[in-house]
Design a binder for this molecule. Structure first.
Ligand code: HAM
Length: 431
């Protein structure tokens, strides 16, 4: 017997029954984004490796150990499965000069790839919805993007997602802080783990993000970046907070929120829940004003965020807030030669009226077909036997009882069956 092939570890199938929820989720997402004037952009899953190295930063977990990179054996190019969407979005913006005329508000959704250790809420292939704005320099857009999150949690029926914000200032402000930070950690070098030691002179800010319990005391005592911010950076941060306060949106100032990608400046934020165990960040982002220029474009202020779809759906499931799946309208049962020739036309005629039809395929007795109709969750069986075929009629049988309404089957002319079904739906809705 040949061996079966399994999916790649950490890359999951989303099966029927589950995939419908994804579609409903995506519909909610699209109308939410439209209500803020964001436009869709569809980007390649594979990009040149240097794009991610330059955008995300050489000394980050993603670039150091999580990227799926390979050489295209056909032409020798070094490529990478995108670990996130911002870099590709900026690449496309520059390549197509999208921000030359006017500012842009863009969004994308799709698979991202990171070679992390799979666990609940952390996968090697996962999905993000990402939002990026280009050409807006003020704190108003940062604040609007944060408010967008709050509205979405509400639209999805989620609560208990808490907002943390911080400001990373500008590179020169970070440079001063960095000197102090290195001096601080050097004083406690004996407490630092291997990773922290390695990052001490390359990316000391990331040490603040360490979860190592032995280092927490030293991290808590480390100098704080906000103390190094100049008046412009502070004014920007205050501008963001002002909008949040005016909107009555609670937030926590977390001076140790640093993010795992290097492109950020000024505002950074994360939406976090404690209901998903260790992987509680459902959405994260911030400002990245230098990235467009760094990747070869004209200086363009930018701000964005991305959310983990698997984590949000898990949260919705946990909250019991998964939307009800709509069943099919009609299961079409047919038996006998004349009936089976007439049945496809009847099905298409119903679909012309916007009625969804599950057409029975594969023959079988009336009894076995009716069992399948009952199991399908359809509202009606439309039954065609030779008798009906000869009379140009069908038998319409309601399959779900609707309160105290009679649940009886009746014969209906082929031309009248769509109206009959539509009227029943209206009656049921009103009842
Ligand atoms: P990120 O924080 O790396 O940011 O990812 C954003 C979100 O994607 C996370 O908060 C999490 O919900 C989800 N996520 C990340 N890794 C995984 C994983 N292995 N499995 C499941 N979910 C995951 C970015 O990617 C930035 N591009 C966000 C951004 C956009 N900043 C500005 N614009």
């Amino acid at each position: 017997m040949s061996q079966t092939i399994q999916s790649v570890r950490g890359m999951n199938d989303i099966l029927p029954g589950e995939a419908e929820f994804w579609e409903i989720f995506e519909e909610t997402i699209r109308s939410w984004l439209k209500s803020y004037g964001y436009k869709p952009i569809r980007l390649p899953i594979v990009e040149p490796t240097p794009l991610f190295k330059r955008a995300i930063g050489e000394v980050t977990d993603i670039v150091e150990k999580e990227m799926y990179s390979f050489t295209d054996s056909l032409n020798g190019e070094t490529l990478t499965l995108r670990p996130e969407g911002t870099a590709g979005c900026v690449r496309a913006l520059i390549q197509h000069k999208l921000a030359a005329q006017q500012p842009q508000r863009l969004y994308y959704m799709g698979q991202m790839f990171r070679h992390e250790r799979p666990q609940k809420g952390r996968y090697r292939q996962f999905n993000q919805v990402g939002v990026e704005s280009f050409g807006y320099a003020g704190p108003d857009i940062d604040a609007e993007q944060i408010l967008m999150g709050a509205r979405l949690w509400d639209d999805l029926g989620l609560d208990g997602i808490n907002l943390q914000i911080n400001s990373l200032g500008q590179p020169n402000e970070r440079a001063n802080h960095r000197v102090e930070l290195i001096a601080h950690f050097e004083r406690y070098a004996d407490v630092l783990d291997e990773e922290a030691k390695r990052r001490l002179h390359t990316n000391p800010l990331r040490i603040l993000d360490s979860k190592n319990p032995y280092m927490q005391e030293v991290i808590a005592a480390a100098p704080i970046l906000v103390d190094h911010l100049g008046s412009e950076s502070l004014a920007h941060f205050e501008g963001v907070q002002q909008v949040l306060r005016d909107a009555g949106l609670p937030y926590v100032l977390n001076p140790r929120l640093v993010r795992g990608l290097d492109y950020y400046n000024l505002t950074v934020f994360e939406w976090i829940t404690d209901r998903l165990g260790a992987q509680g960040t459902v959405c994260a982002g911030g400002r990245y004003d230098a990235l467009v220029e760094q990747l070869g474009g004209k200086p363009t202020p930018a701000c964005g965020f991305a959310m983990g779809v698997e984590r949000l759906l898990a949260l919705m499931r946990e909250a019991g807030g998964e939307p009800a799946l709509e069943g099919i309208d009609v299961y079409l049962v047919h038996q006998g030669e004349a009936a089976s020739r007439m049945a496809p036309r009847v099905a298409e005629g119903l679909r012309d009226h916007g009625i969804d039809v599950l057409f029975h395929c594969g023959g079988g007795s009336f009894k076995s077909q009716m069992k399948k109709a009952d199991a399908s969750g359809a509202a009606f069986a439309v039954i065609i036997g030779d008798d009906e075929a000869q009379a140009g009629e069908v038998t319409l049988k309601p399959l779900r009882s609707q309160g105290d309404q009679p649940n009886e089957q009746k014969r209906v002319g082929v031309d009248a069956v769509a109206d009959e079904i539509m009227n029943s739906f209206i009656d049921w809705e009103e009842a």
